[in-house]
Design a protein around this ligand. Structure first.
Ligand code: SAH
Length: 239
């Protein structure tokens, strides 16, 4: 490892992060960034390659999710290149993260990345959320479901809710349109067993391109008729 290059990375990470970061975490974040950039030459995982942007828009944007200490089994739905799942797994080595994406090529690449950097608390699964959410081994088995940049909130709620245990939390990364998306979902979350959606965190990141996180508690079991097939979900979102 070129130490000068690492030290520059570590300095930016530390100065930009609103959360404390240990030396071990900092090194792993650095390894992840490099492994992802390397893999990106073969498989398109991200357009964010500038180091400062990578730190702000991928690493810090992911780890500022307000996961609870009781949430140990976490699903990253529509993980793509492994965001937010991989940075969260680095930040929380004692929690387990399942990364799910419908693009098998991306999940294979992310699995290889996590093996390269020696990250053990991650499982990569290729498949469609609306199919896996029906399977007993995944249904209502997670303490938290995270999703960034996957779908509008009124579609995402139906994809995510079936995976959550009652008492679990759904975290959706959103931009400035979060309020409108919540309004558009109407009583969709309620039909799925989710409590009222609220914007819980306005990230204190210096980057202007910050996200907010919509948070919903799962308060009742999801009726077995959900999720419907993807065509139905998109054509006629719950309301
Ligand atoms: N969360 C990542 C990737 C966002 S791109 C990030 O923020 O960088 C959205 C990803 O969601 C794509 O990789 C796409 O394959 C996946 N996706 C979309 N719909 C899905 C579904 N129904 N089931 C599983 N994955 C899905």
């Amino acid at each position: 490892m070129n130490d000068q290059t690492y030290l520059k990375f570590a300095e930016i990470l530390k100065s930009e992060s609103p959360l404390p970061i240990t030396e071990d975490q900092s090194r792993l974040f650095y390894d992840f960034m490099n492994a992802m950039k390397e893999m990106n030459q073969r498989v398109n995982l991200t357009r964010i390659l500038d180091e400062k942007d990578f730190i702000e828009k991928h690493l810090l944007d992911a780890i500022t999710c307000p996961l609870k200490s009781s949430e140990n089994q976490i699903l990253d739905l529509g993980s793509g290149g492994g965001i937010p799942g991989v940075p969260l797994a680095i930040y929380y080595p004692d929690k387990h993260f399942t990364l799910l994406d419908s693009t098998a090529k991306k999940m294979k690449a992310v699995k290889e990345i996590t093996e390269t950097i020696g990250l053990k608390n991650v499982t990569c699964v290729a498949g469609r959320a609306e199919e896996l959410g029906k399977r007993p081994e995944y249904r209502e088995t997670f303490d938290a479901v995270c999703a960034r940049a996957v779908a509008a909130f009124n579609i995402l709620d139906e994809l995510c809710a079936p995976f959550l245990k009652t008492g679990g939390t759904f975290y959706a990364w959103k931009g400035q349109q979060a309020e409108e998306e919540i309004a558009a979902a109407k009583s969709g979350p309620k039909k799925l067993g989710l409590g009222e959606a609220h914007i819980t965190q306005n990230l204190m990141l210096k980057s202007a391109a910050f996200h907010v996180i919509i948070q919903c508690d799962k308060i009742a079991s999801t009726p077995s008729k959900y999720p419907r097939n993807y065509g139905r979900i998109v054509k006629k979102p719950l309301a």
